[in-house]
Ligand binder design. Structure first.
Ligand SMILES: *Cc1c(COP(=O)(O)O)cnc(C)c1O
Length: 535
């Protein structure tokens, strides 16, 4: 039977908690001369609300629990430490964990000189209750930490097992539900007095920066923890931002839904990459991925500016990958694809990074099998796909630009990077046809002549009626080609007639692609197509 009093460390059982005058004062303080604050300050001159009344009532309503069952910490990390300091006598008592799991349980136990019993998980990352049962009678065991969904494996632990453990144990079962909003069912409603739940504002609620964790337990347990907790551990700004977030839970729900759908897409894409052996099913916002050589992949991703977590020490050759934004996930996939793809043919690459945009562009003039385009501007992506398809080129373009301003920098810099990649792929420009042109028909007539002669020039004869097609400004079309000629060092002569702006632009891009295809075609002679001796 769970007996709270017996679990509390003796010195804490007898502890008189810190009392401020404001705790004792029940009325509305009109003149606060009790806490030696500066009466002027900068709007934050008063100590935070130690009772966290607003935050508590908001969170209580959000999760449907009573406010006296809640305690807040400077991240869940502080509550983990608080639990250990309240219930475990240093040098004597122990906690129990199920590795591989969240690292802070161990760290906090070590800091407090508290022992750690480790029980391994089953092959399915579950807890074997029968195997655990004898340890539950150890009188020095005070806290059991269960993480569900578990970090780093991503799976949930069977509810029945957790209930069984709590009912057969005289200490406290801490159930860490940091990832509960991404999948799985919370056990917040279970009325088990020794079940203590941890949640956090750092994951689904999107506020890792404010450092706010929540403990949800029996009110008697909360009362004990409140005696140990520093009185003003949650600052005013954190309380304000958390209350704001709890007024926007519809937006949070949308974000969580989008992360969950990205998780499933990411898992699908990862499964097609060479060297990836297993993707563990996940109920969290990360994927644990087993890969042929995790250390090597980890380092090469780092070199490309992508950081994931190597969990190989716990589960051989695994990486834990957080589900990011669609753009971030696309960059990860592109980087991993590059890894297992040894290019054949004339390849050129450009990585361009400024404060306005980060662009990755590579082109393969001889192998069209690998194309991936994501600039964040759908119509522009569609146009770049024309270049790949009609130019019979492999083209990877990932642009991460300041689209919140407008598409200008992204389109311009993508063109510059693309031109540089072509310049790189063409090398000394020996053995190419050099010229290309085409006159394709649609409802519009586009004519694109190209000369990879080493000098930039753009002749432009095209007007558009619309200001935009999709999100792409039509004035950026000529700007795209001008920028391309600058870095690809080519002449372009472009004319278009017709009615429909979408068709006109698309036919320019198609004609451009065909012209490139002709101009970069290998010429059997292998000689430099110039009498100057240099291009
Ligand atoms: C991220 C995480 C937390 C959150 O810790 P905070 O201190 O609240 O940011 C807690 N538990 C697990 C298992 C986590 O992965």
């Amino acid at each position: 039977m769970f007996d709270l009093e017996k679990n509390i460390r003796p010195n804490i059982r007898n502890l008189k908690p810190y009392q401020s005058a404001r705790d004792e004062f029940a009325g509305l303080a009109e003149v606060a001369l009790d806490a030696n604050e500066n009466p002027f300050g900068f709007g934050l001159n008063r100590y935070p609300d130690a009772g966290m009344k607003k935050l508590k009532s908001k969170f209580a309503a959000f999760r449907g629990v009573k406010a006296d069952r809640l305690i807040f910490g400077n991240g869940s990390d502080e509550i983990i430490d608080l639990l250990i300091r309240t219930f475990c006598e240093p040098g004597n008592d122990q906690i129990l964990i199920f590795p591989p799991t969240f690292g802070m349980y161990r760290v906090c136990a070590n800091i407090n000189n508290v022992g750690i019993i480790e029980k391994s998980q089953t092959a399915e990352f579950q807890i074997d209750f029968e195997q655990l049962r004898p340890s539950l009678d150890d009188p020095s065991l005070k806290l059991i930490f269960i993480c569900s969904p578990n970090n780093p494996t991503g799976n949930t632990i069977e509810k029945e097992t957790i209930v069984n453990i709590a009912k057969s144990f005289d200490g406290i079962v801490v159930l860490d539900e940091a990832y509960i909003d991404f999948g799985g069912a919370s056990m917040i409603d279970e009325s088990i007095p020794n079940l203590f739940i941890l949640q956090t504002f750092s994951k689904a609620l999107g506020l890792a920066g404010i450092r706010l964790g929540v403990g949800i337990g029996a009110s008697e347990v909360i009362a004990v923890l409140n005696k140990v907790k520093p009185p003003y551990n949650i600052n005013t700004l954190t309380q304000q931002r958390a209350v704001e977030a709890l007024s926007k839970t519809e937006e949070t729900k949308r974000q969580v839904a989008s992360i969950v759908s990205e998780r499933d897409k990411l898992s699908q894409k990862l499964s097609s990459i060479n060297g990836i052996r297993n993707i563990y099913p996940s109920k969290a916002n990360f994927l644990l991925v087993e890969i042929e050589n995790a250390a090597l992949t980890y380092t090469s991703l780092c070199e490309k500016g992508i950081i994931v977590r190597d969990r190989s020490k716990e589960i051989e050759n695994t990486l834990r990958i957080t589900v990011g934004s669609p753009d971030e996930n696309a960059r990860l996939i592109a980087a991993l694809r590059e890894e297992d793809h040894v290019p054949v043919g004339r390849v050129g690459k450009c990585v361009r990074s400024t404060s306005e945009t980060q662009i990755l562009a590579d082109v393969n003039l001889d192998d069209p099998s690998n194309t991936f385009i994501n600039t964040g501007i759908p119509f522009f992506d569609h146009m770049l796909e024309q270049i790949a398809r009609h130019g019979s080129l492999g083209l990877n373009v990932i642009s991460n630009g300041d689209l919140y301003i407008d598409p200008h920098h992204t389109i311009e810099d993508t063109a510059l990077a693309l031109g540089s990649a072509f310049n790189d792929a063409l090398g000394e420009r020996k053995g190419i046809e050099r010229y290309g042109f085409l006159l394709p028909m649609d409802d519009s007539l586009a004519q694109v002549g190209i000369d990879f002669g080493g000098r930039p020039w753009l002749e432009w004869e095209a007007t558009f009626r619309a200001t935009h097609v999709g999100e792409m400004p039509t004035e950026m079309v000529s700007h795209f080609f001008k920028s391309f000629t600058d870095t690809a060092r080519c002449n372009l002569n472009i004319k278009v007639e017709g009615d429909n702006d979408h068709h006109k632009i698309e036919s320019i891009f198609k004609a451009f692609a065909r012209a490139i295809k002709m101009a970069v075609r290998k010429d059997e002679s292998g000689i430099l197509p110039s009498t100057k001796g240099k291009l």
